[in-house]
Design a binder for this molecule. Structure first.
Ligand SMILES: [Zn+2]
Ligand SMILES: [Zn+2]
Length: 271
């Protein structure tokens, strides 16, 4: 599997909107969360951030079989508006597409968007035109979705639960496992499918609470959760020099001392 981190930031990204603080001015850009997982036969993208257009263009990703959304928050699902436009490439706005040469023809995007029932409900209320146009598929905890030779299993995590459902994803290719859980206070191993986060070859997980500011839960809970994940390699997400009031180097020291890596946009991994 080739894995590309599309975004390592939290809700605001870095630089934060309209901010000129020293951390925003001196840090590399952190886009909102996303992960691309590819084999020779399939590509899935986890989360559809408001930066998704730039993220896909920058990584030359034009063929995506399926997108998976962890939850309905803007930083994870705001890019569904961009996907709506991508899905419209050949609609009535484009005049006489039959007259185009092969080079002129836009790519005919064909993809499904997998999300939880609560995220789908939120989308239906807030943006019914997106819910009507996109090919939406509902996920259940622990129920695998096969995409080519990739198997994607959603699992529940704690993130303002139980007001709404937030998911992490385990992606399997043969015996290799990549796990993605960008927003979470802790894991929920007692819930159905809740142990899917364990024993990954490569884990991408929330790291915010390890630094100065509180994250989605306490430092102690996050430390215990990451420890229990027992991953070969752990990359921290949900990062912001702006919110933490720390330089990238200062954050990297904290991550490294904990045995983890600091996520960096467009870093690629081969597992
Ligand atoms: Zn700032
Ligand atoms: Zn969230």
């Amino acid at each position: 599997m080739k894995v590309t981190l599309l975004g390592s930031g939290e809700a605001l990204g870095v630089p934060a909107p309209l901010c000129d603080c020293t951390y925003c001015e001196t840090s590399q850009q952190r886009r909102r969360p996303g992960l691309a997982v590819e084999t020779d036969h399939a590509t899935v993208v986890l989360d559809v951030s408001p930066d998704v257009k730039e993220q896909l263009n920058a990584t030359n990703t034009t063929d995506v079989d399926a997108f998976f959304v962890t939850h309905h928050h803007f930083d994870h699902a705001g890019g569904l508006h961009e996907l709506n436009h991508a899905a419209m490439a050949f609609d009535e706005h484009m005049l006489n597409p039959d007259e185009f040469t092969a080079d002129e023809r836009p790519h005919e995007a064909s993809f499904a968007v997998h999300l939880s029932p609560t995220a789908c409900l939120h989308l239906s209320y807030s943006n019914s035109h997106l819910a009507n146009r996109l090919d939406l598929e509902l996920l259940s905890h622990g129920q695998a979705v096969q995409v080519g030779d990739l198997r994607v299993v959603p699992f529940p995590v704690d993130h303002a639960h139980p007001m709404f459902d937030t998911l992490g994803f385990a992606v399997y290719h043969d015996e290799t496992k990549v796990v993605y859980a960008p927003d979470m206070g802790t894991f929920l191993p007692e819930r159905e499918g809740g142990r899917e986060y364990e024993n990954a070859d490569l884990l991408f997980a929330e790291g915010a609470a390890l630094f100065r500011a509180e994250g989605h839960g306490s430092k102690a809970d996050l430390r215990a959760a990451l420890e229990s994940a027992n991953a070969e390699q752990t990359v921290l997400l949900n990062l912001s020099e702006h919110l933490q009031r720390m330089s990238t180097d200062e954050m990297r020291v904290v991550a490294t001392n904990s045995g983890y890596e600091l996520g960096q946009d467009f870093e690629t991994y081969h597992v």
